[in-house]
Design a protein around this ligand. Structure first.
Ligand SMILES: [Zn+2]
Length: 126
């Protein structure tokens, strides 16, 4: 299967997540999931096709999903995306624009496939 995270990928994802949790002093612990069934109780906004986003997140419980397509992108894209989702959890009221700006400042990314996505992520609240 082309788009699949390896055990090695999952290890550095988790290491990064722990680091971001500490740096941002997050009260809600971010939890990375690779199975989208965690989001099955949520109704998607009509405009956003769930298959076209890079990440999905539930703010209140810190659940983060990463699109396996990221496995073939430059690693910096995954780092940026993980940090971006952590910001959504840490600052639940922050606007998407501001989250992107902060994440891109901390982890600069080149214009790549990821950047061309119309919708970056889907954020749920309870
Ligand atoms: Zn976002």
């Amino acid at each position: 299967m082309k788009f699949k995270f390896s055990a090695n990928d999952k290890e550095w994802h988790q290491t990064l997540l722990n680091t971001f949790e500490n740096i941002l002093k997050m009260k809600i612990k971010p939890v990375l999931v690779y199975d989208r069934k965690h989001f099955s109780n949520y109704i998607y906004k009509e405009k956003t096709n769930p298959n076209t986003v890079w990440a999905e997140c539930i703010k209140e419980c810190g659940t983060i999903w990463l699109n396996p397509h990221l496995s073939t992108e430059p690693k910096v894209e995954t780092v940026n995306t993980l940090y971006h989702e952590c910001l959504h959890i840490k600052y639940p009221k922050m606007h998407e624009r501001e989250v992107r700006k902060l994440a891109d400042k901390m982890i600069p990314v080149e214009r790549s496939m990821v950047r061309k996505k119309k919708s970056f992520d889907i954020i749920h609240r309870h």
